[in-house]
Design a protein around this ligand. Structure first.
Ligand code: GTP
Ligand code: MG
Length: 335
């Protein structure tokens, strides 16, 4: 059903760099927005410390991993040392305190998969979700941010891919398509696989950073300042990379057998992961290994009908990149 095509890069590909860079520039948040996020975090810290003096607040998700768009909500993790706290109680207490401090739309969602408190800060206009002790998310946020320091093309590519996924409606995990986190991992893996490589595999290098979270050891090389320039032998432009990324997912990825793995910087087989059978709702139709929770497939949300949607969208994007005189218009056309 899916097309296999041997594609060659179009001759005028570099003419497309500027339009892509303009889109990237238009999506990155301004410095004043970052300042407002900090301001809100400081306010929240003050409130939280009244009740839990040892607690800490960390940004995670797109506002902390450097892949956040302008005007996006922020995700905050409250870490309380005590392991056996009752999360629902803490969230309800927190919600009361936030309300007393005049934050708006305060809502505790204690039964969600990741229980949170939602709020809106009227002085900055920023909305925020606060979760508790989600330390793995804080650590994988740091990993993504560290990768982004090494080569600017990662941030450019991931912004374009996320923007495409959002406008095309394939960034909705509740509808069986992929999370932003999954798309960023796909971009990192793709750049690890270019020849010459544009990104290294930080988890295969000497450990300079290590934490153990919920019995998962998270360690990797985090002195990324020393890796700036790592990918400079590869001169591919952003337009070439966007084209090659979509071609890979449209025509070359082996959906039947392969698992992409940022942890190893390679492709693993579904067989070695034991991801060949459907267990419960996990179907493994597109396999993206979480870098730390290695039994976790970020493609698990994808089902029989949404895999078709995704693959058709990859093909559509690859075809536009191949033939369209103005790909930036059509690529981001709302579906
Ligand atoms: P946008 O809000 O779309 O800009 O992106 P985001 O980077 O905030 O991504 P997303 O909402 O997908 O995820 C938020 C954070 O949750 C990620 O950065 C990860 O740190 C963490 N996370 C850990 N495991 C998962 C998972 O299985 N799915 C998702 N969605 N997030 C995870
Ligand atoms: Mg988010």
């Amino acid at each position: 059903r899916y097309k296999k095509r041997q594609v060659a890069c179009r001759g005028d590909i570099d003419r497309l760099n500027n339009p892509f860079l303009e889109i990237y520039e238009s999506l990155i948040p301004a410095e004043e927005e970052k300042a407002k996020q900090k301001q809100l975090l400081t306010l929240l810290e003050k409130i939280v410390c009244k009740e839990w003096p040892d607690a800490r607040l960390c940004l995670y998700g797109s506002c902390g991993n450097s892949f956040g768009f302008s005007k996006s909500d922020i995700d905050v993790c409250l870490t309380i040392g005590d392991e056996d706290i009752n999360k629902s109680e803490v969230l309800l207490k927190l919600a009361d305190m936030l309300q007393l401090d005049n934050l708006q739309n305060v809502q505790a969602l204690t039964r969600a998969r990741v229980p949170i408190v939602k709020l809106m800060d009227p002085s900055t206009g920023i909305s925020c979700d606060i979760c508790i002790n989600n330390v793995l998310a804080v650590v994988n946020t740091k990993l993504l941010r560290d990768y982004a320091e090494i080569d600017l093309r990662l941030r450019q590519l991931a912004f374009i891919v996320k923007h495409w996924a959002k406008t095309r409606g394939v960034n909705e995990t509740y509808q069986g398509t992929l999370s932003s986190y999954a798309y960023v991992l796909m971009c990192i893996h793709f750049l690890q696989q270019r020849r010459p490589a544009i990104l290294p595999c930080l988890q295969e290098m000497k450990t300079t950073y290590s934490v153990t979270v919920d019995n998962v050891e998270c360690s990797y090389f985090d002195q990324v300042e020393s890796l700036i320039g790592f990918g400079s032998r590869n001169r591919e432009s952003i337009a070439q990379l966007v084209w090659a990324f979509f071609s890979y997912w449209a025509y070359f990825h082996n959906y039947a057998n392969d698992v992409i793995s940022v942890r190893t910087g390679t492709i693993l087989s579904k067989r070695t992961k034991d991801w060949t059978k459907r267990i419960g709702n996990d179907r493994h139709l597109i396999c993206i290994e979480d870098p730390f929770e290695i039994s976790h497939d970020l493609g698990r949300v994808v089902d029989k009908s949404s895999i078709r949607v995704l693959r058709e969208e990859f093909e559509r994007a690859a075809e536009i990149m191949q033939d369209d005189p103005n790909p930036c218009v059509k690529l981001f056309e709302p579906y």
